[in-house]
Design a protein around this ligand. Structure first.
Ligand code: SF4
Ligand code: MG
Length: 337
């Protein structure tokens, strides 16, 4: 099956005072229809920039330097801004961490969802209102008919995030990109909003690219996992394989640093306890970007960018340890003593 989303060599750069920062470096991704792919990594690893590059919502200093993005077989990188505006909302929609920043405080919920319905679905008047009400009900907002006429400030954080999700769904996108959609919410509310998203993804057979720094969220939501580090994808696996045998030393450290609640599938777990930090993306990288923090690093790691290697069924990892040539050498060394 051709994937719904096919990303090849996606490279996004930012022109910063410290130099050109390559925030997304030659990223390849495939996302099947009806599946959720979680992109996991610490802050500053390029997850949000990947989402922004896909939606073509890069900051002013940012630009796409290379690569191809195909959604349902259609190349997006060559689209004009007007074509892209049409695609955003109808083919792909995005929800952000802070619902407050994307809702307009002076418009009612109906006015905001109504605009998406008008632009992308050609719905106005009573049919639009009926549809908006269904959407609020679908995201679990009680008393939907009345709440349509309220303003964002009248909703709690969790309810605001549900409104955002309803707005994103209004255009009936095939792909939903959710960038840390629950990080700003308290733990109980996070779980509820994640359940809403999971149910919608399933019922609508929507694909979701879920950006998170939280392994608990990955465990709960993802079919596929991609791990990012310093602008690169470094591991790719089905969820079960990833949790059973994380292959990249960075992924293994993420697990080792987890509190027990998260190992049991809880949410709201930070990934901040690995010593060291992500190198600045303005660095002129040569070898493996994780080498400075990797307990397994050796000379080759600082010289040569690791290629992709197999780590199991549909499980790929970018680390020299998984190079079959290295494995043969390690076996030989073992045989010598
Ligand atoms: Fe560690 Fe080397 Fe693998 Fe990079 S390539 S993750 S430094 S062992
Ligand atoms: Mg982010």
């Amino acid at each position: 099956n051709a994937p719904l989303l096919e990303v090849r060599g996606l490279t996004a750069e930012l022109d910063t005072p410290a130099g050109i920062a390559r925030a997304v470096d030659a990223l390849d991704l495939d996302l099947q229809a009806g599946e959720t792919l979680a992109l996991l990594g610490e802050s500053g690893c390029g997850k949000s920039m990947t989402a922004a590059a896909l939606m073509r919502l890069l900051p002013d200093v940012g630009y796409l330097a290379a690569g191809s993005v195909r959604l349902s077989g259609r190349e997006l990188t060559g689209l004009t801004e007007a074509q892209m505006r049409e695609a955003r909302g109808r083919d792909m929609a995005m929800i952000f961490q802070e619902p407050g920043t994307s809702l307009n405080p002076v418009l009612t919920v109906m006015q905001q969802i109504g605009e998406v319905l008008a632009v992308h679905r050609g719905l106005r008047g009573a049919p639009a209102r009926a549809r908006a009400r269904e959407l609020l009900e679908a995201v679990g907002i009680p008393d939907a008919a009345r709440r349509l006429d309220e303003y964002p400030f009248q909703f709690s954080g969790g309810m605001k995030q549900r409104v955002m999700i309803a707005m994103a769904l209004a255009g009936e996108p095939k792909l939903l990109i959710a960038d840390e959609p629950t990080t700003a919410l308290d733990v109980t509310i996070q779980a509820q909003v994640l359940d809403v998203l999971a149910a919608l993804q399933r019922d609508r057979e929507m694909s979701m690219l879920l950006i998170t720094h939280d392994l608990g969220v990955v465990a709960r939501m993802a079919h596929q996992v991609g791990v990012m580090y310093a602008g690169q994808l470094i591991e790719r696996a089905p969820r079960a394989a990833f949790f059973a045998h994380p292959a990249h030393p960075y992924s293994q450290l993420l697990f080792a640093a987890l509190p027990d609640t998260a190992r049991r599938g809880g949410v709201a777990t930070e990934l901040a306890t690995i010593p060291g930090s992500v190198p600045p993306l303005t660095t002129d990288f040569r070898g493996c970007r994780f080498a400075d923090r990797c307990p397994r690093a050796w000379a080759r790691c600082r010289e040569e960018l690791p290629a992709w290697h197999d780590a199991g069924e549909a499980h790929r990892v970018r680390c020299h340890l998984h190079d079959p040539a290295e494995a043969a050498r390690l076996v030989q060394l073992d045989g010598m003593d």
